[in-house]
Write a protein that binds this ligand. Structure first.
Ligand code: SF4
Length: 466
C-alpha cells in the first residue's frame, strides 16, 4: 500500500534530495527516445504489426493522438507544440492526421479493438468541436472503440464552454485531464499563462455534470513566484472541487533544452526546501481529504478505479502513466507521437513537413524506433514493479525471465545499499521493499536499474518528484 503518513515529514529533508534527487525522466519510456534509431522505420514498424497479428494472444490496442497546436506559448512548456492562429495550417494537419488514421486502420485490418484512447498536445481543445468530432469520427470508422474503454482528452480551461464539454462527452470521451498551475496572478504572469480560477473550477464542475467518469487535475508546483501560501490556496480549491485524481507535477527548469523556459528567471524559482514543503503539505492535505497515493505523486479518490487496481495488484505503468488497464500496444497518431508494439517503441516525425512528406508517399511517418533487448525488457519490468507495487520479489522476475536475480543485478544491489542506509528501501534475500520515504524518491531507485543512466556528475540538485 502507498498510504503515506500525514502527520510528519517521514524523515525526508533537502540533504536527502540533494543526495538522491536525480533529473531523469519518469520512466514511462525506457529506453528514452535518445536511444531510438532511424533504421527502425515504417517497414520495421509494419513487420512488428504483422507479428502482432500472427500471435495467438493479442494485446489490446491503445491510440495516442497528438494535436500540436496552442493559442499562446506558456513559459514553462516542455512539449512539442506549435503556436498557431492560422486555420489553414490546422486544417492541413487534420487532413494528414485523418489519412494517417486510415493507413494505420488498413494495416491492422480486423484487429481494431481499442481499449484506451488519449488525445494529448499541445492543446487538443484548441480544435473546434466540429474538428474534434471529425477526427473522432475518422477514428470510429477505422477502429473499434470498445464499450467500457477509457477515452481521455487534455482540456484547456481557458477555451472550454459548458456546451463544448457536453460535445466532448457526446463524441465518446469519458476522461478529462485538466491542467492547473497556480491561481495566483503573479505566478500566472511569470509563466505567461493567465487562467482564471473561476474558469478552471467551472470546467471541473462542467466535466462532472457532463458525466465524465474520471477527471484528473495536473497540478504543477515549483513554478516561478510560487510560495507555500499560494500553493496551499490553489490546492485547497482543487481538493474542494473533488476531482477523481490529482497529479502533482514538479516544474523542471531546463532552459538549455526547452527554449520557452528561457523566459523564466532562475531567481524566481522556489528553493528546494520550499518545494519540499509544498509536496509534503500536499501529501498531508490530500491524504487527510481521503485521497490515496498511487505513486509518483499521483493521488486518487477512494472510489477511483486506480485505487482498487492498486489494492488488487493490477496496477500498470507505461507510456500513459498509471493505468488499471492491462498493457496495450499503442498506436501513435500525429506529429511526434510515441507508440509501442510488442517489445518495440517508435516515434513519428517531429517536424511537420517531414511528417507530411512521408504521408504524401503513402508511407507511415515513423521517424525512428527501437527493438528492446532482453536486458531492456528485464530492467523495464523491474522498474515498473517498483513504481506500481513498491515491492519487488526476485522470484517474480525469475519466473518471467531466465535470470538469477541476485547474480544478474549484483552491481545494482550493491549500489542500493546506500539507498537502504538512507531509509529509502529495505533489502533482503528475497525482495526490495520501498519505504514511504523511498516512494518520494522512487526515480533514484529506478535509476540504479537504468543501464543508460547518466553519470553521477550529471545529476541535478532536485528530483523529478521533489
Ligand atoms: S504548456 Fe501546454 S498549453 Fe502551454 S504552450 Fe505548452 S503545450 Fe501549449
Amino acid at each position: 500500500m502507498h498510504l503515506l503518513p500525514s502527520s510528519n515529514l517521514f524523515g525526508i529533508n533537502s540533504d536527502l534530495i540533494r543526495r538522491f534527487g536525480c533529473h531523469h525522466a519518469d520512466y514511462r519510456l525506457y529506453p528514452k527516445t535518445d536511444y531510438f534509431i532511424e533504421a527502425f522505420d515504417a517497414h520495421t514498424y509494419s513487420a512488428w504489426l504483422n507479428h502482432r497479428k500472427t500471435g495467438h494472444m493479442r494485446r489490446p490496442l491503445s491510440l495516442y493522438v497528438h494535436i500540436p497546436f496552442c493559442s499562446s506559448l506558456c513559459a514553462y512548456c516542455h512539449f512539442n507544440q506549435i503556436i498557431s492562429h492560422d486555420n489553414n495550417s490546422v486544417k492541413k494537419y487534420l487532413d494528414y492526421l485523418s489519412y494517417e488514421i486510415r493507413l494505420q486502420g488498413q494495416l491492422l485490418k480486423n484487429d481494431l479493438k481499442v481499449e484506451q484512447l488519449y488525445f494529448g498536445g499541445g492543446t487538443p481543445t484548441f480544435l473546434s468541436d466540429i474538428q474534434l468530432s471529425n477526427i473522432m469520427n475518422e477514428i470510429q470508422q477505422n477502429f473499434n472503440l470498445i464499450k467500457g474503454g477509457e477515452f481521455c482528452i487534455e482540456i484547456d480551461s481557458r477555451q472550454m464552454t459548458h456546451l463544448s464539454m457536453l460535445a466532448l462527452k457526446e463524441m465518446g470521451f469519458n476522461c478529462a485531464i485538466i491542467g492547473v498551475q497556480d491561481f495566483d496572478e503573479l505566478v500566472q504572469q511569470s509563466i505567461h499563462r493567465i487562467q482564471a480560477e473561476d474558469a478552471t473550477l467551472r470546467t471541473i464542475h462542467n466535466a462532472q455534470q457532463a458525466g465524465f467518469k474520471s477527471i484528473r487535475i495536473e497540478m504543477t508546483y515549483g513554478l516561478p513566484k510560487q510560495n507555500l501560501e499560494k500553493f496551499e490556496y490553489t490546492l485547497k480549491k482543487i481538493i474542494a472541487a473533488n476531482p477523481n485524481q490529482i497529479n502533482l507535477l514538479n516544474y523542471l527548469h531546463l532552459p538549455e533544452k526547452f527554449k520557452p523556459q528561457r523566459n523564466i528567471h532562475l531567481e524566481d524559482l522556489p528553493e528546494i526546501e520550499i518545494r519540499l514543503e509544498m509536496i509534503l503539505l500536499a501529501i498531508t492535505r490530500l491524504i487527510d481529504a481521503g485521497y490515496v497515493h498511487i505513486g509518483m505523486n499521483l493521488f486518487a479518490r477512494q472510489d477511483d478505479a486506480l485505487v482498487s487496481a492498486q489494492r488488487q495488484g493490477r496496477l500498470h505503468y507505461s507510456l500513459q502513466g498509471y493505468s488499471n488497464y492491462p498493457d496495450c500496444d499503442r498506436i501513435a497518431l500525429g506529429v511526434s507521437g510515441i507508440g509501442s508494439i510488442g517489445p518495440t517503441l517508435n516515434q513519428n516525425y517531429c517536424d511537420l513537413l517531414q511528417y507530411y512528406d512521408k504521408l504524401k508517399l503513402n508511407t507511415l511517418p515513423i521517424m525512428r524506433g527501437v527493438e528492446l533487448s532482453a536486458d531492456d525488457l528485464i530492467r523495464r519490468s523491474v522498474m515498473q514493479a517498483l513504481i506500481c507495487h513498491s515491492v519487488l520479489s526476485f522470484e517474480s522476475v525469475e519466473t518471467f525471465f531466465p535470470i538469477e536475480f541476485k547474480h544478474y543485478f549484483a552491481t545494482e544491489l550493491t549500489e542500493l545499499l546506500a539507498h537502504e542506509q538512507a531509509g529509502l528501501l529495505t533489502l533482503d534475500n528475497e525482495e526490495i521493499a520501498v519505504t514511504p520515504k523511498g516512494q518520494l524518491l522512487i526515480i533514484s531507485i529506478c535509476e540504479v536499474f537504468d543501464k543508460y543512466r547518466r553519470t553521477n556528475q550529471q545529476r541535478r540538485n532536485y528530483s523529478i518528484l521533489i
